[in-house]
Design a binder for this molecule. Structure first.
Ligand code: SF4
Ligand code: SF4
Ligand code: FES
Length: 488
């Protein structure tokens, strides 16, 4: 047995004016779960503590709570000393018990057609992963979209696709899903990452529903415009200045010894809208011994089409991009757009390795830059943090130049076609980002994705910079100081 300290959310709407946290010491055995700690607190300290559970084995979904801000099943999550336990982000009944009823009641049930056939074995296989939901609502608690706009939420979308794929159901679930906010999902992947059953809600439910919506002509007009632009120009955004690819030779040699060679996939945003940021990154790579090969015939990765369900043109883009690097015998392709990186890693079958720039720089190691007298906060791009599992590498780089103040990793609202298709929602999420940035008191916001950087600029009172731009500023400061110290 060991004693652990647990901070627990308490709120009894009938007697308390407002919620508060209470800290308890609980005696639990090694390997105890959060639920065991709650039992210990309930039995040893306070029998009025309310929490919900049933199976105790990850099957019923009734015990979901937030531990240190992350939705988890209390019966499966290990109890740790110093943890904070809160209810899911849903209406509170008492303490850790939330009102799941209205949400669960809103999930549609199968409406049998007068004449129907049973699903084929292939259809059963397709439906199976969508049926493993235990209705814990962890995904609903984590979803940023439904907090700012009318959206039925991730597991409701899963249920819509599950019914759509079932030949016994008679309703048009695709049109229904569009009416329930199908196009408000930002593809942030927060729902998938907290799902105890590992249901890939954005990719396996929402994007599939969007592809079916596309076949019915229900794609949002603004998303159709983007697809048309990609077909006509190979790019998903119109360029606002001379593009990166027009400014750069095909091969960039490093300034010193060659430590590695990569091909660079620039992506539409850095090529067309933020070329200077990509140029900054090239300087940092050259300074750190990386030779960069930049095929000029590369085009959009197709992410804006995949996320919005417009996949008919995708193979053409994939072939062109893969060929561009294969013809040059490139074995590692570097991305600096989180969305492109995630797409090349997960939606392509590439004969080469794909690495984000933060991975490449930390793998080879960087020359230490000068420290800048700035406090910075870091915005985790969804497609880098959750899409590629890259959390520590940008922090490792940033802390070599500036002091870092952490803030919660929330979606800024720019992904999933939401910025173009549902701009009010993107702006509302951007404002939530602004509030968190403000709380840090930082001088600058650093990120590592052009969509986030572009969007947060409109929702921040302080400058927004890319990781590599800040590194370059550190190198320039270092060079300036070295020059000052040189005797005339
Ligand atoms: S991907 Fe993000 S926005 Fe979309 S349903 Fe999941 S949590 Fe909500
Ligand atoms: S989809 Fe996953 S997280 Fe959402 S309710 Fe079902 S089991 Fe829970
Ligand atoms: S008590 Fe059933 S899933 Fe946790």
């Amino acid at each position: 047995m060991k004693d652990i300290t647990v901070r627990v959310f308490r709120f009894d709407p009938e007697n308390d004016e407002k919620p508060h946290f209470q800290t308890y010491s609980a005696s639990v055995s090694d390997g105890a779960r959060v639920l065991h700690a709650l039992h210990a607190i309930h039995n040893e300290h306070d029998p009025t503590l309310s929490y919900r559970y049933c199976c105790g084995s990850g099957q019923c979904g009734s015990c979901a709570v937030r531990v240190n801000g992350e939705p988890v099943l209390a019966c499966m999550e290990e109890a740790r000393d110093g943890m904070t336990v809160e209810p899911l982000d849903l209406p509170i009944v008492k303490d850790l018990v939330v009102d799941m009823g209205p949400y669960l009641d809103s999930l549609h049930a199968l409406v049998p057609a007068p004449e129907f056939r049973m699903p084929t074995p292939d259809e059963v296989e397709e439906i199976k992963p969508l049926r493993s939901c235990i209705e814990c609502l962890a995904c609903v608690s984590a979803c940023p979209a439904l907090k700012v706009i009318d959206f039925a939420g991730p597991t409701a979308m899963r249920q819509e696709l599950r019914l759509q794929l079932d030949p016994r159901d008679q309703q048009d679930r695709v049109t229904e899903a569009v009416g329930e906010g199908l196009f408000t999902c930002t593809s942030c992947q927060a729902c998938w990452k907290v799902c105890p059953k590992d249901i890939q809600l954005p990719g396996k439910a929402i994007e599939k529903l969007r592809a079916l919506a596309n076949k019915k002509g229900l794609t949002l007009p603004r998303h159709q415009d983007v697809a048309q632009l990609v077909k006509e120009t190979g790019r998903s955004v119109v360029r606002t200045e001379t593009s990166f690819l027009e400014q750069i030779p095909e091969v960039l040699e490093p300034y010193g010894e060659v430590k590695g060679t990569v091909g660079f996939f620039v992506g539409c945003m850095y090529n067309q809208r933020l070329p200077q940021t990509a140029l900054d990154a090239m300087e940092v790579l050259r300074r750190n011994g990386i030779r960069v090969i930049i095929p000029k015939e590369q085009v959009c990765c197709g992410s804006p089409l995949i996320r919005t369900g417009q996949v008919d043109f995708l193979d053409t883009l994939k072939r062109r991009n893969i060929d561009a690097f294969v013809f040059r015998n490139i074995d590692t392709v570097l991305t600096m757009c989180a969305g492109c990186g995630s797409t090349l890693k997960h939606d392509y079958k590439t004969p080469f390795k794909v690495m984000d720039i933060n991975e490449v720089l930390t793998k080879y190691g960087i020359e230490p830059p000068a420290r800048l007298p700035l406090k910075a906060t870091y915005h985790d791009p969804c497609h880098l943090l959750r899409g590629q599992g890259i959390k520590n590498q940008p922090r490792e780089l940033i802390t070599q130049v500036v002091d870092l103040i952490e803030m919660p990793a929330i979606c800024c609202g720019s992904g999933g076609g939401v910025k173009s298709g549902v701009p009010d929602e993107a702006a509302a999420l951007g404002e939530k980002r602004r509030e968190e940035i403000k709380k840090t008191g930082a001088d600058i916001v650093i990120s590592s994705c052009p969509f986030c950087e572009y969007h947060i600029r409109d929702h921040s009172d302080i400058p927004v910079k890319n990781v590599t731009t800040v590194l370059l500023e550190g190198y320039r400061e270092k060079d300036r100081k070295a020059k000052e110290q040189k005797p005339c």
